[in-house]
Design a protein around this ligand. Structure first.
Ligand code: SF4
Length: 225
């Protein structure tokens, strides 16, 4: 459990929320009501024109992923896949060159995505996670700590993926299935902003939220570690 006073929006039971409505309310742990210093610092960061434009276009794209937005009933009607969302967002931002950082386990998915981007007029660079061919021993890993024990195994090298895109001056990067942690290093070292098309989940067909949908029954083991 988080310490007392820590924001816990995931446990917010308020009907009309302070972060959704001007008339809304929030519980004792509500960061909208009680973390005004953080909010002030955050808003200040939007004064950078590039950040502000990026945020504005992201919200514009968010809205355009729905149709019938003016309908009185307000029932959401989403119509765009994430692939389309990335294409449209990139166009709005005026991006020309896109870096696709992908996992070696998703070659065919990366191939499909790159072809789609190219058909849509983008210049695309794609780099596999194993780029550089550096053996895992470089990281101090022992043979018994490899995926396939007893074999020559190269490490995932997200920093190398990022450096290649930095050198090429990509406008935007898209991650396709990088492992947990490898994605973090990519985000830290890439100069261009990056988004995720595929979040790796080796068991659930790269649909990690399925474990959360199923937590009451088939994945209850997750709540009983
Ligand atoms: S910001 Fe406040 S009102 Fe909004 S979800 Fe979090 S706790 Fe609830």
């Amino acid at each position: 459990m988080a310490n007392k006073g820590a924001p816990q929006c995931a446990f917010c039971g308020v009907d009309l929320r302070a972060c959704f409505s001007k008339e809304g309310k929030g519980p004792a742990f509500c960061p909208t009501l009680h973390r005004t210093g953080d909010a002030r610092r955050a808003l200040k960061k939007y004064s950078d024109p590039r950040t502000k434009r990026f945020a504005k276009v992201a919200s514009l794209q968010e809205a355009e992923c729905y149709v019938d937005r003016g309908a009185k009933a307000g029932v959401l009607k989403p119509v765009k896949t994430r692939v389309e969302e990335i294409i449209e967002f990139s166009r709005k931002m005026g991006y020309k060159k896109i870096g696709v950082a992908f996992c070696g386990g998703l070659f065919s998915e990366a191939n499909a995505f790159v072809r789609i981007l190219e058909k849509n007029g983008f210049e695309v660079l794609s780099v596999c996670c194993k780029v550089g061919g550096v053996p895992k021993e470089f990281l101090g890993l022992k043979d018994r700590e490899k995926v396939r024990i007893g074999t020559y195994e190269t490490m995932c090298n997200p920093i190398n993926q990022a450096e290649i895109f930095n050198t090429a001056k990509t406008d935007f990067n898209v991650l396709v299935g990088l492992c947990v942690g490898h994605d973090s290093l990519f985000f830290k070292h890439a100069k261009a902003l990056s988004t995720v098309l595929v979040a790796k989940d080796r068991v659930l067909g790269h649909n990690p939220v399925a474990a959360l949908y199923g937590v009451k029954v088939y994945f209850q083991r997750l709540l009983k570690p």
